[in-house]
Design a protein around this ligand. Structure first.
Ligand SMILES: [Zn+2]
Ligand SMILES: [Zn+2]
Length: 202
């Protein structure tokens, strides 16, 4: 089974295989908030508490099927996560580690809601992380089952690393080089976005 996704304008399209193995996480960390403000349109990405709804999965389950020329990559700092987005319409797609040997992809809900329904494939949020930087107290706590699922996913990713499974990733070429140029956002604009993220609301 696969879950189809696309950017807002539909140019970049792809699918996530094995959606049932993904873990739905809401991340309230400052970097995710900063990134949403940096891309513009934070209201499309963040919930009222500053959370980003993410499906954590193995990057080998992610495939692009059209419009890969629109795929761009931004990082908040020289060692920060690679934050992939569609430059045609500034839709966040996924975050991955810089090191391709950890084949994690955190797919952002903004691209997962069309054409297939996010709520159908990934029915509920299983865990909320980095809640200390939420703008208010998020509902529920860190779910024990969600934590167990996230840990299981991380263990599978480490196993995949040992077996060389990381080589199948749409974000890196056969030599482990990111498929789009990694642009480190200028410090001043990151700071500006960080400040905007700190304010209440958008
Ligand atoms: Zn687009
Ligand atoms: Zn985050």
């Amino acid at each position: 089974m696969s879950h189809r996704f696309q950017c807002r304008c539909g140019q970049l399209q792809g699918q996530v295989d094995q959606p049932g193995r993904g873990v739905r996480v809401v991340c309230y960390c400052k970097d995710c908030q900063t990134y949403a403000h940096l891309l513009g349109h934070p209201e499309r990405v963040l919930d009222p508490l500053g959370g980003t709804d993410i499906v954590a999965t193995d990057s080998r389950y992610v495939r692009f099927t059209a419009g890969t020329q629109a795929l761009a990559c931004l990082s908040l700092s020289p060692r920060g996560l690679l934050r992939w987005y569609a430059k045609c319409c500034d839709t966040p797609i996924a975050a991955t580690p810089r090191n391709w040997k950890l084949p994690y992809a955190g797919m952002v809900h903004t691209c997962l809601s069309q054409p297939d329904s996010l709520a159908q494939a990934f029915p509920q949020v299983q865990i909320r992380v980095n809640t200390q930087s939420a703008k208010d107290k998020p509902p529920g706590g860190a779910g024990v089952r969600g934590m167990a699922r996230l840990t299981a996913l991380m263990l599978r990713l480490i196993a995949s690393r040992l077996r060389g499974g990381y080589r199948v990733s749409p974000f890196f070429d056969a030599q482990g080089v990111p498929v789009a140029k990694v642009v480190v956002a200028p410090r001043a604009s990151v700071e500006q976005a960080r400040l905007a993220g700190r304010r209440k609301g958008f």
